[in-house]
Design a protein around this ligand. Structure first.
Ligand code: NAG
Length: 496
């Protein structure tokens, strides 16, 4: 048994400091986890002329809002904001932050305006000098208009060569964004891209998923428009699960993950609009029923708040199909496919269940008194938030308790000179150290502590004689020794 022990005050104090630091870091990392959860995307696109202004958006229901669209100027390869958009884009961020100061905004570039826009992107991406012009102008434009990020909507790169150029563009863009953040001292701009719902645009043309994962914060998978003006039958606009034709959000998400895009970087898109068709036969109104064309608008598109109006005005029959997760309604020969509240909450549950980064809506102006956006937010809270909340709460409470305990011990050690309390603490420490350590070198000790061999102590206390005994300390008998100091002797020995 070791009856020689050396414990220094400094050493114990530095152990305490380390414990304190550990607790503080644990606590901070827990806060970090909390903020990671908060960084999930509850997103929505907005564009001028969508029926609402930026100030109308209930931004409390979103974490990220995408302002659509800035344009690629084909003659200069610069990103520009059209004169009609200029004013509302410049105040977009401050407008949406009035209701929710922490909402982040991204300037979306491009959009689904057709072949010539896509051709301009392809041309820009094909040369390193034009890529640089595009990238530098995009960053300058985002900063000068107060956006927190940039979102690429190139619909779509449709050859292997264009996909390869997209990869180069994204690599150079990320490098430029990082460099700008370093030189400006601001948070790096977010970088996202709206992409086809699956990584094979038209097989075998594949997105460069690995490069995208490495250089984008996330992708917005446009899991809608599975039926439209090109269709010859009815069908779900944005099925989550395969309705029989292989077109579904789940298929797309699985394919993206298989292609190398981490689930945690995929944001699932759903429509706040529907598509209306004219049935060939009013009595044949299920999925894959023949149609004669679109209804209500030239391309059949109709926003959700108009669909709800249509349903009430025409007493339309509504059907929710839980197998494919989609809704439709019909009245006479008019048939409309859309996402209702059940669809949205199921999709949000799916996104959380698969560990996706979140969801986005195209587009927020289609919502009906925010009922879809509200449904989505509630679904996220229901699915995961409560579980996380309780887990984080319990861990936080445990850490706070340990932290306070550690702090109290530390403060007592520093401020209280009470021998009794110190004795108790020393006693605990020494017991522990007796078990844990061999004898340590006295040279490392504090000036006011010394280690003695048992024999030396026995001699110094006249064989622990009752004349030399002063009484019982917090941890064993206390003896006077020859030099006039006090020594405590229990199982272990402390000299002060
Ligand atoms: C839902 O859609 C699937 C796929 O088209 C179909 O097989 C099924 O019968 C539908 N269910 C209902 C209740 O309409």
């Amino acid at each position: 048994m070791s009856n020689l022990l050396h414990v220094t005050r400094q050493k114990m104090a530095s152990n305490d400091n380390r414990t304190l630091l550990f607790l503080v870091f644990s606590f901070l990392s827990l806060l970090q986890i909390n903020s990671c959860i908060a960084q999930n995307v509850k997103g929505g696109y907005w564009f001028l002329g969508s029926g609402i202004t930026a100030s109308d958006i209930d931004s409390t229901l979103f974490t990220h809002l995408f302002c659509a669209f800035a344009d690629l100027d084909a003659s200069t390869n610069q990103v520009v904001i059209s004169s009609s958009n200029a004013q509302s884009f410049a105040t977009f961020t401050s407008d949406v932050q009035q209701k929710n100061p922490s909402v982040l905004t991204l300037l979306s570039i491009g959009g689904g305006g057709g072949g010539s826009i896509a051709d301009n992107f392809a041309s820009m991406a094909s040369q390193s000098s034009s890529r640089k012009t595009f990238i530098d102008s995009s960053i300058a434009l985002a900063r000068s208009n107060g956006f927190h990020g940039l979102d690429l909507d190139w619909e779509y790169p449709d050859t292997d060569a264009k996909m390869a150029n997209l990869a180069l563009l994204l690599q150079e863009w990320r490098a430029a964004v990082a460099a700008e953040a370093a030189s400006s001292g601001k948070d790096a701009l977010l970088l996202s891209a709206a992409v086809y719902y699956r990584p094979h645009y038209w097989s075998p043309t594949d997105y460069p998923a690995a490069v995208m994962a490495a250089n984008l914060d996330w992708i917005n998978a446009m899991a809608y428009d599975f039926f439209g003006s090109w269709s010859s039958t009815t069908g779900p606009l944005a099925a989550l699960y395969n309705p029989g034709n292989g077109l579904s959000g789940d298929d797309g998400v699985s394919a993206w993950i298989q292609a190398g895009m981490p689930a945690g970087q995929i944001v699932l898109g759903f429509p706040f609009y529907g598509r209306a068709f004219t049935l060939a036969d009013a009595n044949n109104h299920g999925y894959f029923a023949p149609i004669t064309g679109t209804a209500i608008s030239p391309d059949g598109s109709i926003v959700y708040n108009q669909i709800t109006k249509y349903i009430s005005q025409h007493s339309a029959t509504t059907v929710y199909n839980s197998t494919v997760v989609s809704a439709y309604c019909y009245s006479g020969t008019t048939w409309i496919t859309y996402d209702d509240t059940q669809t949205i909450s199921t999709k949000v549950g799916y996104a959380k269940g698969r560990g996706l980064k979140g969801y986005f809506a195209w587009h927020v102006g289609g919502d009906d008194n925010w009922v879809l956006s509200q449904t989505a937010q509630e679904a996220i809270e229901d699915q995961q938030h409560r579980r996380w909340f309780w887990l984080v709460m319990l861990i936080s409470i445990a850490i706070v308790v340990f932290f306070i305990f550690g702090l109290i011990c530390y403060l007592q050690r520093r401020t209280l000179k009470s021998e009794g309390i110190l004795g108790v603490i020393k006693g605990f420490s020494s017991r522990f150290k007796t078990m844990a350590h061999k004898v340590e070198s006295p040279e490392s000790g504090a000036p006011n502590l010394q280690a003695f061999h048992y024999a030396t102590l026995r001699a110094a206390t006249d064989n622990f004689s009752s004349e030399n005994k002063l009484g019982e300390g917090g941890f064993g008998p206390v003896y006077k020794i020859r030099q006039g100091s006090i020594c405590w002797i229990g199982k272990n020995v402390f000299i002060s």
